[in-house]
Write a protein that binds this ligand. Structure first.
Ligand code: ADP
Ligand code: MG
Length: 592
């Protein structure tokens, strides 16, 4: 039986328009999702030149009839939905019926496919949407599709591609997004004939270990704690990293019904559960799998389908936060349990469901920070020549006293520099840079704690956002709120700024927010870590004292004390020198 039919236009139009294939990674995603939708158990991926010259996916799924093989490349040809109603009960990955049509429009495609009930398979060659070859062939059951010379007829697109290194990284990221939710499928990924990843079927935890634990003798998943919550609304399973393994580039993944998603709001739920346990810009790893009735989500709001709207986001936020808290609490009392193999093992205390009447067992100490010592440990003092370049802060204790108890006396030089005579020589400090460095650390720390105080503004400023940047702004939102901003969406591209951090009171804040957004967009940082630094960097620039501002002695002392309390006080977060030292030798040299 042939199973593919055309979607009526009315349905097609209901499906959000959008370009499906922007780069090799998006092409790979569509191909692999098709293999999974076809029930494949083994999927082999082969790329050459980061997908530029070849992207091949070989599966052992159900294959296609010769007619379906032809139909598959027509726009809106799909076997997966037939009416708008079906859109709301989707369980398959693809549904638009436009991926293969888009791919064959911009590449040379060769496909072999066979169903188990067919004696022979179908071979098709298509170039720029024109079928150039169509015949029967001998091939194994499943589908083998080669996409060659992607964008061969769209030079602009080709030029738009990044270096092979970057495109390969994009391919691998896309691949991991899928492989992590399909642990029971075997995958291999080869680049230029070299197998880079080989994943055998197993549990989710084993898959995570295979993907992130490789190359290390220490078990990656040993540092993960199980998270689990089953309610009528949603089932949540997964893992979060123990607080002490948090880092600046933690692996953070949400999946819903077998699909990778980004969800800044739920991210915030996890960060809230961790609040007080992590230093400034450190974040925990997490792998959270949501299972929810497809009718309670809309996967169709974004063309690349990674942003997903939930009907009941606030309730799920609470459920998620509680589940993570509970897991962290358990971990607190049972740190020596072997979580490594616990993918399948039921822990005795795992049976209680949230909301059950048993008394709360463990609460998390919000003041607990495994990093505190590291953060504030004084640097060992340096000796000899090194001290000239690495000033070993006379005031590292946070007080402006010399070792012999003499108070340091800062002097302001032309409102431009702070001069500070010390036992190590004459220190020259740039006050604006010092302030920027202090603020940067302060804001970063703020992101890991409870929300900063926010001031409601009487007449909110309205900010227009470039349509391309809306999604970036949305992603930044949890952090902006954490810093004390409150933005409300007025229309597709306009926001009102109704709350601001108190440091900005009385200032025009629209440019401040725009600057943060620009900084994030410009540095092209993706996901949690990078853009967060950009946000804070920009905000610290905009809130630091201007160069040439007059400072009182008290202000200087306060600034220096706060500066020296930091681990990195010699350079601004963007690498500019904060302190310069004139050593005694330097000074004496001038009189030689
Ligand atoms: P969609 O996945 O949205 O339905 P595609 O353009 O990706 O649209 O694919 C069109 C149709 O081709 C699918 O609905 C499916 O029936 C068929 N198809 C594509 N790839 C495969 C595959 N690897 N194995 C079996 N059938 C496939
Ligand atoms: Mg598809």
């Amino acid at each position: 039986m042939d199973i593919i039919h055309l979607l009526p236009d009315s349905v097609a139009n209901q499906i959000a328009a959008g370009e499906v294939i922007q780069r090799p990674a998006s092409c790979l995603k569509e191909l692999v999702e098709n293999s999974l939708d076809a029930g494949a158990e083994h999927i082999r991926i082969l790329v050459r030149d980061a997908g530029r010259t070849l992207l091949q996916v070989v599966d052992d799924g159900k294959g296609m009839s010769p007619t379906d093989a032809r139909m598959a490349f027509e726009r809106h040809a799909t076997s997966k939905i037939s009416s708008a109603q079906d859109l709301f009960s989707l369980r398959t990955m693809g549904f638009r019926g436009e991926a293969l049509a888009s791919i064959c429009a911009v590449a040379q495609v060769e496909m072999q496919t066979r169903r188990v009930e067919d004696e022979v398979g179908a071979l098709l060659e298509i170039e720029g949407s024109r079928v150039t070859r169509s015949e029967v062939c001998n091939c194994s059951v499943g589908t083998n599709i080669k996409v060659k010379n992607l964008f061969y007829n769209v030079p602009a697109r080709r030029r738009f591609l990044k270096t092979d290194q970057t495109e390969l990284r994009n391919l691998l990221n896309e691949f991991y997004h899928i492989a992590l939710v399909y642990p029971r499928v075997n995958f291999t990924f080869a680049s230029n004939e070299e197998v880079l990843v080989d994943l055998s079927a197993g549990t989710e935890k084993q898959r995570i270990e295979q993907v992130f634990g490789k190359g290390s003798s220490r078990s990656y998943t040993a540092n993960l704690v199980d998270v689990r919550s089953d309610t009528d609304m949603v089932s949540i399973r997964g893992f979060v990293g123990k607080p002490e393994t948090a880092s600046r580039n933690a692996q953070q993944y949400f999946f819903v019904n077998g699909r990778f998603m980004r969800h800044p709001y739920f991210h915030k739920a996890i960060m809230t559960a961790f609040s007080g346990m992590l230093p400034g810009d450190f974040a925990p790893s997490y792998f959270i799998y949501f299972d929810i009735n497809p009718e309670a989500i809309d996967v169709n709001i974004h063309p690349t389908k990674t942003e997903i709207k939930f009907v009941d986001e606030q309730a799920i936020f609470q459920i998620l936060m509680a589940a993570v808290r509970e897991s962290l609490g358990k971990f607190d009392i049972a740190p020596s349990l072997d979580f490594n193999r616990s993918g399948e093992i039921e822990m005795p205390f795992m049976t209680a469901t949230p909301g059950s009447s048993s008394a709360p067992r463990v609460t998390v100490n919000p003041g607990y920070s495994p990093f505190r010592r590291e953060t504030y440990a004084p640097q060992s003092s340096l000796t000899g020549w090194e001290s000239l370049y690495q000033p070993s802060a006379p005031a590292r204790t946070g007080l402006l006293f010399q070792p012999d108890g003499e108070e340091l006396k800062p002097v302001l030089y032309k409102d431009r520099y702070i001069l500070l005579p010390t036992a190590d020589g004459l220190w020259i400090i740039d006050p604006r840079r010092a302030h920027q460095t202090v603020l940067y650390e302060q804001y970063m720390a703020q992101l890991g704690r409870q929300k900063a105080e926010s001031q409601q503004v009487l007449f909110p400023e309205v900010m227009a956002v470039h349509p391309d940047q809306v999604s970036v702004l949305e992603e930044m939102m949890p952090d902006l709120e954490q810093l004390g901003f409150c933005l409300e969406r007025l229309s597709k591209t306009e926001y009102s700024i109704s709350g601001i951090p108190s440091v900005l009171s009385g200032k025009t804040v629209e440019p401040v927010v725009q600057n943060m957004l620009h900084e994030v967009v410009q540095t092209e940082q993706k996901a949690s870590d990078g853009w967060r630094r950009s946000v804070v960097l920009s905000l610290s620039r905009d809130t630091a004292i201007p160069a040439g501002k007059h400072l009182t002695e008290e202000e200087m002392k306060d600034l220096i004390t706060r500066l020296f309390a930091l681990k990195n006080y010699q350079h601004t977060p963007d690498g500019k020198r904060v302190i310069s030292v004139l050593s005694d030798e330097d000074i004496m040299g001038k009189f030689a």
